[in-house]
Design a protein around this ligand. Structure first.
Ligand code: COA
Ligand code: ZN
Length: 315
């Protein structure tokens, strides 16, 4: 039996939060439907942040209310503080994610709090979640490099991961928010953490800004990681991290993993159809390398069919 790798689709939140064309609630739900039809089970759907900070997420409660409710689907919401947590709980979430970055600069720009303040708030939210029986993820953002202060020592990522685990988080998403990481860093960060806690509690949240995301994915696989975030079509960026582009494209990760003999439960053909929906919604070209390759194949097939047609007609 092929080994299973879990994919968390983050396009609806991490992807759509950074689009100049704001997707409507209906468009978000259309994309969610297409992703679920492709076999995706775990989705980060919205964030409950201040609507002035991220207007694209202002309809978080409405989106949530419209999501399909099928057994086996796991929806997660990002919350920056206790107020966000309360809003997520009221909307019905049983899975939340807190976020803390490795530096004061990044936390201040993102959440208007220092690192120490953010860490305390995250611990408080996680404790509340634990008490309420809500699953808590912690994003360690800028783990490979901070958009303002550059590379941070690996020890910072280790300390923050330990702090979130001690608080009760059951999923630590090591996040390359600005796509600056390399496979050696993946190993330097994850090897000691996996040795101490096992691989199950860790996931990798990679962006492909500099084209290193698939190499980093594979380094994660070699460290024993079996849980990756990705966004359909590579949708995204971060409004508080200058220069950040999208997450690694879900179709690229799924293609890589399937080719390497892993199972994801995701149908690549249907995922490819979802990329086209993401493109229509954002009114921007979208698509990972796999999508570009599929489209080139289609163009070639169409050109061949057109070249053959007159001959066929002549008999
Ligand atoms: N959702 C909605 N409103 C919120 C909120 C939340 N999660 N947290 C605070 N507020 C409201 C408060 O109720 C208060 O409202 P009032 O003025 O009507 O009383 C107002 O915002 C100010 O509260 P304060 O605690 O001072 O917030 P802030 O101005 O310091 O902003 C955040 C802090 C975290 C809410 C804001 O920076 C934010 O939403 N950041 C999210 C950034 C993001 O999404 N980044 C990408 C994902 S990592
Ligand atoms: Zn991200």
């Amino acid at each position: 039996m092929p080994e299973f790798v879990r994919i968390t689709e983050v396009g609806l939140r991490d992807g759509l939060q950074n689009q100049s064309h704001h997707a409507s609630t209906q468009e978000k739900l259309q994309l969610a439907d297409a992703l679920i039809a492709a076999g995706i089970k775990q989705l980060e759907t919205v964030s409950f942040v201040h609507p002035k900070a991220v207007p694209q997420m202002a309809d978080a409660a409405e989106v949530t209310a419209g999501l399909p409710q099928q057994a086996g689907l796991d929806y997660m919401a990002l919350v920056p503080n206790l107020k966000g947590y309360e809003r997520a709980l009221a909307a019905g979430y049983r899975h939340i994610a807190v976020v803390l970055s490795t530096t004061d600069s990044f936390n201040l720009r993102n959440l208007k709090m220092t690192l120490a303040e953010t860490e305390a708030v995250c611990r408080e939210v996680i404790a509340r979640a634990k008490n309420d029986g809500v699953v808590a993820r912690a994003y360690i953002s800028g783990a490979f490099s901070c958009p303002y202060d550059g590379k941070q020592p690996v020890s910072v990522v280790h300390r923050l991961s330990e702090s979130m685990i001690a608080a009760g988080a059951t999923d630590i998403a090591i996040s390359d928010t600005i796509g600056a990481g390399n496979p050696q860093q993946v190993k330097d960060i994850l090897t000691p953490l996996v040795a101490a806690h096992g691989a199950e509690i860790f996931s990798l949240h990679l962006h492909d800004t500099r084209g290193t995301a698939l190499a980093n994915t594979w380094a994660g696989i070699e460290c024993g990681i079996r849980h990756f975030d990705a966004s359909v079509g590579g949708l995204g960026g971060c409004p508080f991290a200058p220069g950040a582009t999208g997450n690694v494209a879900t179709e690229d990760v799924v293609h890589l993993l399937h080719e390497a003999g892993f199972e994801t439960g995701i149908n690549l053909d249907q995922l490819y159809a979802a990329v086209n929906i993401a493109e229509a919604i954002t009114q921007q070209p979208q698509g990972g390398r796999y999508t570009l390759w599929r489209r080139s194949q289609e163009r070639r097939a169409a050109a061949q069919a057109a070249a053959c047609a007159p001959q066929d007609a002549r008999g």
